[in-house]
Design a binder for this molecule. Structure first.
Ligand code: GTP
Length: 598
């Protein structure tokens, strides 16, 4: 029957090891692309890639494949997001598969994300097929990388496919191994419906489009369905699959992967990891593993031009339609006025949202330094969750503070081990383990406060290892730390948007660095401005920005109006990203200065 001919798989890889290129090749090989699309790709690769960024990357594709055994198979390639911020989404995508291609660069070898993704795949009991990619590179060393896969990951790599996605080598062998090794989906087409949601997307015309895998039963057009986590019910208007273009079908049965449209208005009703069931004869239980994702990193977003506050609210509302993990609520800052406190899955997620607001909605933003969620235990026995340093209670009321920690895995060549250990130490890291990957590379494990990673850890790691280190982490829970709130005063007044939480042992040092940095960033003004860092009432560092009388027009003698106008416009430009805080003009970078100090 049909079910035995289905193979569901993902591609897992470290960034840049060739996942997208390989996916393209597989599409080509199975004939999913028309001649025209292939030509387009040949002629205008950039454009098509951009287009595909939407049509393929965010979806699953259904590929017919006639194998060497003469039989027709349906291969469903399910895409996974490629970043640690989205590791829960990755794990749900993998749960929708029975197998995974593990792509490893033949020159680079196993990297931190490779390992993290393999663990997720193993947790989901997937059949893993190693693919050593980029064997066309002169620096490729497939035998060494095979050994690494065996030793570091513990997979049998004797059958690993040696491939070049770029040159089109090994593609057929990969497909044959998928057919041979990846098990067909199990399950009963007549059982009550259980379908796993692994992604969803808001479409202006159709409402939310849900990507799902049928695990038990069958989903049909016209059926009433229920989301088991939220209890919401909908009527199925359309089911189908992508080939890679959307194709409507009457039903999707057990083991199949595709999309569902059901006049769903809000992506928050279609949570990744939730189970869709039949509203009339529901399944007894949802599929295992669902959890609600919570934002990990918070920051304040304020419009530079305060008249754009409503525009910013609209932008966030629109972005939220398509992003169930974005959280926001209105917030007011003495320094910055009206804005929003926003919660993100991680730093990348935060950067993506900021960039989209600025680019797609043309709103210049002031962003405050990111913060994690602190658990503050008060002397009266209550516990607060603080995600905005400004809201930290007075020291006298606090018994102790806990902060989130991660276990970081850092892979690095021997030569940099010392440097990386030193960096981890300065970031309050606790050494856990060190393992040799081969004679020249090491996997270091450290427990680190998430707040330190949110700051500049990644940049420092890259610069101090000439880009050779790879890095991944997972949350391991909260630990008690000796933390204090540091305030910054400009011209004698606390600027709430500049407050931050810091370890007591580092407070003095950070305060000093920040004050020096602010002195450089804040332009001199008509009056002297003292810049102070303080813990409670105690000032720990101080600098003065001396006064200057600045008149740009003084430079152009006489009546060249156009030159004058240009200068004025230039000055206005320069001012755009300034925010008046009390009587002091503060540039945007100042609010992020706390991030880039060491
Ligand atoms: P992200 O999308 O950034 O996660 O990366 P990815 O893993 O999808 O890698 P991608 O397919 O974008 O490839 C990364 C780079 O490696 C690109 O410049 C590709 O052209 C190149 N590349 C991919 N496969 C091969 C290969 O087999 N040989 C060579 N020489 N280069 C390759």
């Amino acid at each position: 029957s049909k079910q035995t001919q289905i193979r569901n798989f993902s591609i897992i890889a470290h960034i840049d090891h060739g996942k997208s290129t390989l996916a393209d090749r597989i599409l080509d090989f199975t004939g999913a692309l028309s001649e025209r699309e292939k030509q387009d790709q040949f002629l205008d690769k950039m454009d098509l890639e951009r287009e595909r960024g939407i049509t393929i990357k965010l979806q699953s594709v259904r590929l017919p494949y006639k194998a060497k055994d003469g039989q027709e198979y349906i291969l469903n390639l399910i895409d996974t997001p490629g970043h640690v911020d989205f590791s829960y989404e990755v794990s749900r995508s993998l749960q929708a598969c029975e197998g995974a291609l593990l792509v490893v660069d033949a020159a680079q070898g196993v990297e931190a994300q490779t390992l993290a993704n393999v663990y997720l795949a193993l947790e989901n009991d997937l059949e893993i097929i190693p693919v050593i990619n980029k064997i066309d590179l002169p620096s490729a060393d497939p035998e060494r990388v095979k050994d690494e896969v065996e030793e570091v990951i513990g997979l049998d790599a004797s059958d690993a496919v040696l491939a070049s996605a770029k040159a089109g080598i090994g593609i057929e062998e990969i497909l044959e191994q998928i057919v041979e090794k990846v098990p067909a989906p199990k399950g009963d087409p007549d059982a009550p419906l259980q379908a796993l949601i692994f992604d969803s997307f808001y479409d202006a015309y159709k409402g939310v489009i849900v990507y799902m895998r049928v695990v038990e039963g069958t989903i049909r057009k016209g059926m009433k369905i229920k989301m088991m986590a939220t209890g919401k019910t909908f009527e199925v208007l359309e089911v189908g699959a992508y080939n890679p273009h959307p194709v409507a079908m009457d039903e999707l049965s057990v083991g199949e992967v595709g999309f569902v449209v059901a006049s769903i208005k809000n992506v928050k009703d279609t949570r990744v990891g939730d189970t869709i069931t039949d509203a009339v004869t529901p399944a007894a239980e949802p599929l295992p593993g669902y959890r609600k994702t919570n934002p990990m990193v918070f920051c304040g977003l304020y419009p530079v031009d305060s008249s754009q506050y409503e525009d910013l609210r609209e932008a966030l509302e629109k972005l939220e339609l398509n992003d169930a993990s974005l959280a926001y609520e209105p917030e007011t800052s003495n320094a910055l006025g009206f804005g929003f406190r926003c919660g993100f899955l991680g730093l990348l997620h935060m950067e993506i949202i900021q960039e989209r607001i600025e680019r797609e909605f043309q709103i210049s933003l002031i962003t405050t330094a990111p913060s994690v969620v602190y658990h503050v235990y008060l002397t009266d026995g209550s516990v607060l969750q603080i995600e905005n340093p400004t809201l930290m209670p007075e020291v006298q009321k606090i018994d102790h503070i806990e902060e989130p920690f991660v276990r970081a895995s850092i892979m690095v060549p021997n030569d940099f081990v010392g440097t990386v250990m030193e960096l981890c130490q300065t970031k309050r890291g606790q050494y856990i383990d060190m393992k040799y990957l081969d004679t020249n590379r090491v996997n270091l494990q450290y427990d680190l406060p998430l707040s330190e990673i949110v700051y500049d850890f990644f940049d420092l790691l890259k610069s101090s290892t000439k880009g050779y280190a790879s890095f991944d982490y997972e949350l391991i829970g909260n630990k008690t730390s000796n933390l204090v709130k540091m305030d910054v005063l400009l011209n004698g007044e606390v600027v709430d948007a500049l407050s931050f939480i810091v370890h007591r042992d580092r407070a003095q040092h950070r305060g000093r660095l920040l004050v020096e940095k602010l002195k450089k960033l804040i332009p001199r003004q008509m009056f002297e401005i003292p810049v102070q860092a303080a813990i409670g009432n105690k000032v720990v560092a101080r600098e003065n920005i001396s006064a200057i009388r600045k008149n740009v027009l003084a430079k152009c003698y006489g009546g060249d109006i156009s030159r004058k106008r240009k200068l004025l416009e230039k000055q206005k430009e320069g001012k755009k990203r300034m925010k008046a805080v009390g009587s002091v003009e503060v540039p945007q970078e100042a609010f992020m200065a706390v991030l880039k100090m060491e």
